[in-house]
Write a protein that binds this ligand. Structure first.
Ligand code: ZN
Length: 199
């Protein structure tokens, strides 16, 4: 028996989500079918609203629904220290430590020639523009992941930033090699931040 068209469409849409195969899509679709109307509407509205209101912060490129984002607007956050991360989820990981009181810059990826990603595809130009503004930035902490691409990106940025007379540091090796900041516990990440070294 074929699925009813509306049901088949729901399955097809769910299947487009990352990590969702045909079986999971079908299971989720059945689940939604038997939830109360209001609950399903709330889910649909949350998706539409998030998509419509969440954008990139014009300063740090993190995700936000208010531009500039709360961190960039917070006068209690030190604008002289910028922590450079790969993805918005890394900002969440750093914030969980409550250790870092500076600001962020999200690259939205790493340099990866194999995947055709060069510095032009990342928010590198925006970072350099920020470093030339006042109040002068005194330290840039490179907190890209300890993967081959993350290390290469950190070295690339260090070479660009050091000639500007800014201290450049790299988070310590507490983060397991090949690991992802997102999955590192708070204590390890705090130690990695405290043990950062000049590049
Ligand atoms: Zn921001």
């Amino acid at each position: 028996m074929e699925h009813a068209p509306a049901f088949a469409r729901l399955i097809a849409e769910l299947e487009k989500l990352p990590g969702i195969g045909p079986k999971t899509a079908q299971r989720l679709a059945y689940h939604l079918l038997f939830r109360p109307q209001e609950e399903v509407r709330a889910l649909a509205e949350a998706m539409v609203q998030a998509r419509a209101s969440v954008r990139y912060c014009s300063v740090c490129a993190n995700l936000t629904d208010r531009d500039p984002c709360p961190v960039c607007r917070d006068p209690g956050r030190d604008p002289r220290v910028i922590c450079v991360v790969e993805q918005p989820r890394d900002v969440v990981a750093m914030e969980r430590t409550r250790e870092f009181r500076g600001r962020y810059h999200v690259l939205h990826g790493v340099i990866s020639p194999m995947d055709g990603v060069g510095p032009e595809q990342l928010r590198v130009r925006e970072l350099l523009a920020r470093l030339r503004q006042d109040p002068p930035v005194e330290e840039v902490i490179l907190a890209t992941n300890p993967t081959v691409e993350g290390e290469a990106t950190a070295l690339y940025l260090a070479r660009l930033i050091k000639p500007l007379g800014i201290r450049v540091t790299r988070i310590a090796r507490g983060v397991p090699e090949g690991g992802d900041l997102e999955y590192v516990d708070e204590l390890t990440l705090t130690r990695a931040l405290q043990g950062r070294q000049a590049l």
